[in-house]
Design a protein around this ligand. Sequence first.
Ligand code: ASP
Ligand code: MG
Length: 479
Amino acid sequence: MTFFRLTFLSTRSEALTCAVRLALCRSRLILLITRLADPLGRTFTTEGSNAVPANPSTYDVNPLEHPASAEVPSNPVALVVQKFGGTSVADADRMREVADHVKRTRSRGDDVVLVVSAIGNETDELLRLADEVNNEPPGREMDMLVTAGERKAIALMCMALHAVGVPADSFTGSQAGFETDNNHRNAKILSVDPRRVRDSVDKGRVAVVAGAQGMSTDNNVTFLGRGGSDTTAVALAHGLGADACELYTDVSGVFTTDPRVCPAAKRMESISFDELLEMTAVGCPKPAMRSVEVARAFGVPLHVRSAFTWEPGTWVLEEDPAMERAIIKGVVPDTSQAKITLSGVQDEPGLAAKVFRTLANALVNVDMIVQNVSESDRTDISFTVPLEDLDAATATCESLADSLGFGGVTADPDLGRVSVVGVGMASNPGVAATMFETLADNNVNIEMIATSPIRISCVVAEQDVDRATAALHTAYGLD
Ligand code: ASP
Ligand code: MG
C-alpha cells in the first residue's frame, strides 16, 4: 500500500495530501483515487479489518506479488461483478472470449459473478415478434417472452465456461433473488437477496445471472426494461458487497462526446457519479441511466470498458477534488427530442398543473419546460418530450385544448439538444457565457435553455446539433 500511496501523493497538492492522509483506509473515494492514480492500476483496498486487493481495472499485475506490509490482506480475494452486453456475447466465438476473460480474472485471484444480456439483438427480435402477434400484448406475457433472451444467454455462457474448465451455475433473476414491483415491461427492483449467488461463489464457482429480470411481489416474471442488465449488475454488486462492477460493452469507456459526431472525442479516465448521471439524462446512451442512479445511491464503483479490446476503460466514482480543475467534462449531443408548444394558454393558476398531470397520466416523459412572460392574460408554454412520445403527447394536448381554452398545439420533431456537463462549473463563472458565445459564433440559434448546478442544456435545431457539439468540444478545451 505504501508504495502506491506515495506514488499517488507525489502527484497531488500539499492540501490534498493532508486530506488523503486523514481519510486513508476509511473512504472508498480515496481508495478509488489511489486506484486511478497508480499507472499500473495496482491497488489494495483496506476496507474493514479484512483488507482485500481490488484490482479490477487492469489484471496485468497481481497485487499479492508486491512487498508485504502491515496492511497486506489476510483474505486476498476481491469480488468483481462483470456484466456483458448483447454484442459482447453475440455468438459462440464471443462467448468463448468472455469465458477466457473470466478464467484470466480468476487465475489472478479474484472471484467473479457474471451478468449477461440477451445475445446480439435478440431482445429487439422478440419485441418485433410480439408486435406481429398482437400489437397490444399483455404485459405479463411480454415479460415472459423477453426474459427468455437472457435465460438462453446464461445457460450458453455457463456451457462456455465449463468448456474452459471454469465451474459455473446459471441463475434467472428470480433465482438470484431479485424482487420487483408489478410494473411489467419496466419493473423496478425492490430488493435483492443474492444468497444462492453467494453460495455458488463460496463454492469456488462462477455465478452467471440473467440481466434485466426479476420476480414481482405477485410472483410473476418481470422485465426491468431496455438496458436493464446494467441495473441488475450494479444492484447485484451492491447486494454482494462486491469491490467493483465492470460493465463490458462495445465501446471502450465514457467519452468526452459522441465519437461518431466528433472524432476529437477522448475517453475519460474517470468521471463522477453525478456527472455521468447528468450525461445519461441528456442523451449519453451508455451505461443505462438507472444503473448510474443505483451506483450513485450505494457508492458502487463502476468501470465501463470494452469487451473487444479488454483495455482499461472509464472509472465512475465519487467526486474527486481534482475534478474541479476540468470545468467541463463532456458535451452530449441528442437528436431524440421533440418540442410541443401550447399557444394562447390562459395565464391563471392550475392550467399548467392540468396539462402536465394529464401528460403524466398518459406516461409522457416531459423534460424541459418554458413558459413565456404573458403580455395580456394569455401565454405560451413549450416543452420537450422524447421523439417517440411526440404523437401521444400531441394527441393528449389537443384533447385538452377545448376544455382548457388554449389556442393551438404545435409539434416540432426536428429538434435537438446539446448539453455540457461538469462538476467544476458549479463554482466557476463564465461557463454559460462561453456556451452561448460558441453557439452564436457558429450561427446556432438557441430555442430553450435549461440548467442544473452541473449542466447546461440548449435546445437547438436538429441539423445544428453535430456542428454545435464539435464547436463546444473545442471551446471547452476537450479536443
Ligand atoms: N437485453 C435487454 C435489452 O436489450 C436488456 C439489456 O441488455 O440490458 O434491453
Ligand atoms: Mg429530433
